[in-house]
Design a protein. Structure first.
Length: 369
């Protein structure tokens, strides 16, 4: 695919244009406009999903299998505020009520999140009831494979359903992943060995970096199975993944995985006149395969199921009204700290997780001293 046509198709498909309102005037003459003229001009889900018991189930992108529309976030389950026993109880309770999508990451809470999930899933046949996902930080083949093998041991399984390249935050990340000796080689090899089934990537910094990752993949003839990104009532106004990335994923059968509905509670601190259930309803109203949300107590678990129970597809007028309430708090990204600060950038604070440069780069690199 030609570079220019890929980018034009992605941007035009998102319907981006200049806006004359406050917050949009910062765009300098001649530069591309990155704010949507109409924040509510988003793709909406055409089918809310198949309701079974207390949970909706949606297709995993272009693949036939279905996953729960609510996913259980692994980070929160590994927090100090949650005990080992409580984490096991929440995982079991969520699965028994219908959650099948389990989110995790190699680096969450120094491995405690995976260890707790592995313990819970090893009991009573729970592993066979879920779609298990984890993420790897490594950018080299060796480091990525080491992390995959570590995650398999912690999760007490011989296969992870979905493994994703974690925190694609920098413009050089796609080139490092797809380089000779890069992490993608480890992922493909692990898939051939039966250690994983599907391959995706995640990121939370800027949708233009997601575009770069998708473009580099397309140039190499690779199609991801999933892409994880922030999708919430603030995102629709500021550096919007919903406008710039989501339409492309839908058109190409790549499963969109929504995260940061509440921004780990930061978005709720805005005191925008929006109820927690409305935040979840907004994300469920998008054509995503799953909305991954942090669950660290019974209240969080019950709230997730209440959101599914009360969800009704919203038309554009209803979405516009909801976004109108979020707009004053969203224009500068103040409450989306994952976009505008290093607060959520684990790999920026722990560069060693990425691994050393691949041999080809080491051979070419000049001495920097």
């Amino acid at each position: 695919m030609e570079r220019r046509s890929f980018l034009q198709g992605a941007v035009l498909g998102a319907g981006l244009a200049g806006a004359g309102s406050a917050g949009a005037a910062v765009n300098a003459p001649g530069l591309p406009q990155t704010r949507p003229q109409d924040p509510a001009d988003l793709p909406f889900v055409s089918d809310p999903g198949e309701m079974r018991g207390e949970m909706l189930y949606r297709p995993f992108g272009r693949h036939a299998e279905k996953i729960s529309a609510i996913g259980m976030g692994g980070f929160h389950l590994g927090k100090n505020a949650v005990s080992d026993d409580e984490a096991t109880r929440l995982i079991h309770a969520g699965i028994e009520r219908g959650i099948t999508f389990m989110d995790n990451c190699w680096d969450y809470n120094e491995g405690r999140s995976e260890l707790r999930m592995g313990e819970a899933l090893s009991q009573g046949g729970y592993r066979e009831k879920v779609f298990l996902m984890s993420k790897m930080d490594g950018r080299t083949k060796d480091e990525a494979m080491r992390q995959i093998d570590t995650s398999l041991k912690r999760l007490r399984t011989d296969r992870i359903d979905l493994v994703q390249h974690h925190e694609i935050l920098r413009y050089d990340d796609p080139d490092r992943v797809f380089a000779e000796g890069g992490a993608m080689e480890a992922f493909v090899e692990a898939k051939q060995q039966g250690k994983l089934r599907y391959i995706g990537f995640t990121g939370h910094k800027d949708p233009r970096i997601h575009l770069q990752m998708l473009e580099v993949a397309a140039e190499r003839g690779f199609q991801f199975d999933s892409v994880q990104m922030p999708l919430n009532v603030m995102d629709a106004h500021f550096r919007s993944f919903g406008h710039l990335i989501l339409p492309y994923l839908v058109r190409n059968g790549i499963a969109p995985l929504a995260m940061k509905t509440f921004g780990d509670g930061v978005i709720l601190k805005s005191d925008a006149p929006i109820k927690p259930l409305e935040y979840l309803h907004f994300s469920l109203n998008l054509p995503v395969s799953v909305v991954i949300t942090g669950i660290q107590n019974q209240r969080d678990l019950d709230q997730a199921f209440e959101a599914v129970k009360t969800f009704r597809p919203m038309d554009k007028a209803r979405v516009a009204e909801l976004l109108g309430r979020s707009r004053p708090y969203a224009l500068e990204g103040k409450y989306e700290l994952f976009k505008t600060s290093a607060t959520f950038d684990g790999t920026a604070k722990n560069a060693a997780w990425l691994g050393e440069d691949v041999p080809g780069v080491q051979k070419l690199a000049p001495t920097m001293e």
